[in-house]
Design a protein around this ligand. Structure first.
Ligand code: BES
Ligand code: MN
Ligand code: ZN
Length: 463
């Protein structure tokens, strides 16, 4: 057992029940220059973090990172439990510290032969002080982020489209939402031509998963629909990607679907009083013998024809079927999540995700505020009419390729064509997968999106 204290004012330390030598050391530390102190002695290991270096959400983020460092230290020490005591800071800051600690305590080790020996030691994180009543929910949300990370980190050999759908069924059983999985025959009968065309070069069939959480006490009479890109691997198809720093991490191309799975899991586990539907079209994108060719013209779910000028712009082809399908719910709001374009990643780096869409300004502001609170920041990109013009076809209704410049927006404009409801698109190509660890945003799948959406939904449920 180790203890973490979060303290803001100098004198607050006097009231804390910790061994006398630790108290003396930390009393002096409260007047010291640094913001983090560690006491190691016979009494055990104690961490002191001072609150109030910065303000508001920026300070929350600093504290998440401080929590992240502590998590690494606890595991290095082979500690199995930690008690976080928020002595006198706000609930938001206290929870942020503990959340950063918990989010860092993640390891994708299922493929390691010696995983029993090398597993993380830290198992139990308890919390007391302001924010304590939120701690169970926060732990559930962290678990939901891990659900998303696990899905992203699993390579395609272990997770094809059928495997992804199976995972959603499992999550539904665990969290209490229903899941219907369409197989290839059903997808054919429904004429989801976008999804089927991307699947043509594959040995594995596509799936279309429909998740639904509809509690009796739902506050919304029209559902919120979440759509996730489920490209379980993106080779680019015949428009093949190069391997280094490109195809080599394209197991992450189902990260949008992982957001949907993670959020559905959280919503079910937290019993949020909201009607939420999740839709995931899934396939790999491969250059098999029968793969679609550049120049092929396909017909999507709603009858729109699309000239496929680049088979690597496949995300929009599977999402458009799901977005057109979503019309039947007459949704209050549709949010789609996709590792859609390198352009979004180039514009923002890994520091935030691109958002665009037709929802009201007030909804956009609520979503951005939720993103700021959890530090999954969103930058809005415009969907000017010219982007839609660019996607118009010559011999088809649409083409799947615009200019290289403004590539995130033309992809968004393509998707917009298939919507007739308030809609927001999130391009997480730059944020879904880390090539190196960044504090609590660990290496590999980050689970980005889950905390932002759950925060937005919780605010909605309470509002
Ligand atoms: N899955 C990729 C986008 C991507 C890039 C995801 C980097 C994660 C990290 C997507 O299917 C793709 O290949 N997009 C192309 C579109 C282009 C051909 C119009 C791109 O961005 O280059
Ligand atoms: Mn692609
Ligand atoms: Zn892709």
């Amino acid at each position: 057992m180790s203890t973490v204290l979060l303290i803001q004012s100098k004198d607050a330390i006097s009231g804390v029940s910790i061994p006398e030598p630790v108290k003396q050391y930390f009393s002096q530390a409260m007047s010291g220059e640094a913001w983090s102190y560690t006491y190691r002695g016979q009494e055990g290991v104690f961490y002191l973090e001072k609150a109030g270096k910065g303000q508001g959400h920026a300070e929350s983020e600093r504290l998440r990172k401080a929590g992240s460092s502590i998590a690494k230290s606890l595991n290095a020490d082979k500690t199995n439990s930690v008690n976080v005591i928020n002595v006198d800071a706000t609930a938001e800051w206290g929870v942020a510290l503990a959340e950063g600690l918990a989010l860092t305590n993640y390891k994708f080790d299922k493929y390691l032969k010696d995983r029993e020996k090398t597993a993380l030691s830290l198992k139990i994180i308890t919390y007391s002080g302001a924010g304590a009543e939120q701690w169970n929910a926060v732990q559930t949300i962290v678990e939901s982020v891990f659900v998303a990370r696990d899905l992203v980190n699993e390579p395609v050999l272990g997770l094809n489209a059928t495997g992804l759908a199976d995972k959603f069924v499992q999550l539904g059983q665990q969290a209490g939402f229903s899941v219907e999985v369409w197989n290839k025959a059903k997808i054919e009968s429904q004429k989801m031509g976008g999804l089927l065309s991307v699947n043509k070069g594959s040995q594995d069939p596509p799936t279309f998963s429909i998740m639904e959480y509809k509690p009796a006490n739902a506050k919304n009479s029209k559902p919120i629909v979440l759509v996730g890109k489920g490209v379980v691997f993106d080779t680019g198809g015949l428009s093949l990607k190069p391997t280094p720093a490109s195809m080599d991490y394209m197991k992450c191309d189902m990260a949008g679907s992982a957001v949907v799975g993670g959020v559905m899991y959280a919503v079910g586990k937290l019993n949020l009083p909201l009607w939420v539907i999740g839709l995931v079209p899934a396939t790999d994108n491969r250059p098999g013998e029968n793969a679609i060719c550049p120049g092929d013209i396909i017909t999507t779910f709603d009858g729109t024809t699309v000239e496929v000028l680049n088979t690597d712009a496949e995300g929009r082809l599977i999402l458009c079927d799901a977005l057109a399908f979503a019309k039947k719910y007459e949704p209050e709001l549709v949010m789609d999540f996709a590792t859609l374009t390198g352009a979004a990643a180039r514009a923002l780096g890994a520091y935030g995700s691109a958002m665009m869409g037709t929802a009201d300004e007030s909804v956009k502001n609520d979503v951005k505020a939720a993103g700021d609170k959890v530090y999954e920041r969103l930058a809005e990109f415009p969907l000017w009419e010219e982007y839609s013009e660019e996607m118009k076809g010559d011999i088809s209704d649409l083409k799947n390729l615009g200019k290289a410049e403004g590539g995130a927006q033309t992809a968004g404009a393509f998707l917009k064509y298939f919507t007739n409801y308030p809609w927001l698109h999130f391009d997480i190509a730059g944020t879904a997968f880390n090539h190196a660890p960044d504090a609590y945003r660990v290496k590999g799948g980050t689970g980005v999106g889950v905390r932002m959406v759950v925060q937005f939904l919780m605010n909605k449920a309470n509002g």
